[in-house]
Design a binder for this molecule. Structure first.
Ligand code: ZN
Length: 330
C-alpha cells in the first residue's frame, strides 16, 4: 500500500481534510524525531485513528459440508435456515421436549437437535439469524451424514449479522439429506419423513395370513386361503401410531418387519410376551426416518402414511441399549 492509498483510506474513514491529514503526518514525524518516513507516520496515524488499512484476515470457519459424525467438541458459525417448533412427548411417564433447527452456510445444511431445557432456545431465535453453536458434538445420521447436539455446557450465541455472509437467495439444491415435511405430504407421495412417534395405538397388533402366499386369512373363514385351501395361519404384526415432525402430524401404519423395527423386537420376542409387550415399549418420543407412501384413508377421509422402511435416528443409543441388554443376559 503506498502513501496515497493510506491517505485515501484515512480520509474515507475519518472525513479529515487533506490539509489536516498532511499536517498530522508532519507533526508525527517531528514527534518521532524524523525517524519515520511519511508512509510510516501515515501508518501510525491510521492506527491511532482506528482505521483498518488491511481487511481483517478471513477467519477460517468450519464449513457445514466438512462436519462429520462423532465430533466431540464442535463450534460452528452458521445461519438459521429453518426452525422446527418444540414438540412435547411422554415416554414411560417422563415428559420430554424436542425441537430442531436447520443451520446453513454457503456449503450446505445440517440439523441441530435440541432436547428438553435446550428447546427454550427456539423462542429466542429467528430464521436468517447468524449464530454460533458452542459446546456441540455430532452424531451420525442414519443417512450417512451428521447432526449436531448440544452438550450440557453447550449453547447458541447470536452473532453480529455482518459476521457471516448472506445465504444465497436461491436455495441450495436439495441434497439427499432432505426429507419431506409432514405438512406438505400429498396423497400418492413416495417419500421419507423424519419424525418422532407421539402416539401408538393399542389395537389389533396381529393379523393372520396364508403362509404360502401371504394373503389375509381369518378365523371367520376358518383360515381358508382362496388359492391354498385351509392353512395353518401365520401371524403378522401391524402397529399404527401418530408421528410428528414439527410441521404437522400424520398417522402411520407399520406392517410386519416395519412394526418390529419400530419397536426393536423380533417376532418371537413379541409372541413370547404376547399382548404384554405393548406396556414395555419405549418408542414414544423417539425419532425415526420413515420412508413410505401417503395414502388416503377412505373411511376417515384423512391422509395416512404406510411405512416401507423404518430407521431409528438415534443409532448410538440403540446400540448402547443392545449392549446393555446383552450384558444383562450374560
Ligand atoms: Zn395362500
Amino acid at each position: 500500500m503506498d502513501y496515497e492509498e493510506i491517505l485515501n483510506k484515512i480520509k474515507e474513514k475519518t472525513k479529515l481534510s487533506d490539509e489536516d491529514l498532511q499536517e498530522r503526518i508532519i507533526e508525527k514525524q517531528k514527534e518521532l524525531s524524523n525517524l519515520v518516513s511519511k508512509d510510516g507516520a501515515a501508518y501510525i496515524i491510521a492506527k491511532e485513528l482506528g482505521v483498518e488499512l488491511f481487511p481483517k484476515k478471513q477467519e477460517r470457519r468450519l464449513q457445514i459440508k466438512n462436519i462429520v459424525p462423532k465430533i466431540r467438541i464442535l463450534n460452528i458459525k452458521a445461519r438459521i435456515a429453518r426452525i422446527f417448533p418444540v414438540k412435547e412427548f411422554e415416554s414411560k411417564g417422563r415428559k420430554g421436549k424436542v425441537a430442531s433447527i436447520v443451520l446453513a452456510d454457503e456449503s450446505g445444511t445440517i440439523r441441530l437437535t435440541l432436547w428438553d431445557a435446550q428447546t427454550e432456545i427456539i423462542g429466542k431465535v429467528k430464521e436468517g439469524m447468524a449464530v454460533e453453536v458452542f459446546g456441540g458434538y455430532t452424531r451420525p445420521d442414519p443417512r450417512g451424514g451428521a447432526e449436531i447436539r448440544l452438550s450440557k455446557t453447550g449453547g447458541l450465541k447470536l452473532l453480529d449479522d455482518s459476521e457471516l455472509p448472506e445465504l444465497a437467495k436461491t436455495a441450495p439444491a436439495p441434497s439427499a439429506k432432505q426429507f419431506s415435511t409432514i405438512e406438505k405430504l400429498k396423497e400418492g407421495d413416495m417419500t421419507e419423513i423424519r419424525a418422532a412417534v407421539v402416539q401408538l395405538f393399542e389395537t389389533n397388533f396381529f393379523y393372520t395370513v396364508c403362509p404360502e402366499c401371504g394373503k389375509r386369512v381369518t378365523k371367520d373363514n376358518d383360515y381358508t386361503c382362496a388359492d391354498h385351501g385351509k392353512v395353518e395361519p401365520k401371524k403378522n404384526m401391524v402397529l399404527s401410531g401418530v408421528v410428528d415432525d414439527g410441521t404437522g402430524n400424520i398417522r402411520v401404519v407399520f406392517f410386519r418387519d416395519n412394526a418390529l423395527k419400530l419397536i426393536g423386537m423380533s417376532m418371537d420376542e413379541v409372541l413370547d410376551k404376547e399382548d404384554t409387550f405393548f406396556g414395555d415399549l419405549d418408542v414414544l418420543g423417539k425419532e425415526f426416518l420413515i420412508s413410505g407412501r401417503v395414502r388416503k384413508n377412505k373411511m376417515f377421509k384423512r391422509l395416512e402414511f404406510v411405512a416401507n422402511d423404518v430407521k431409528e435416528v438415534d443409532m448410538k443409543e440403540q446400540v448402547n441399549k443392545l449392549i446393555n441388554n446383552l450384558k444383562k443376559n450374560m
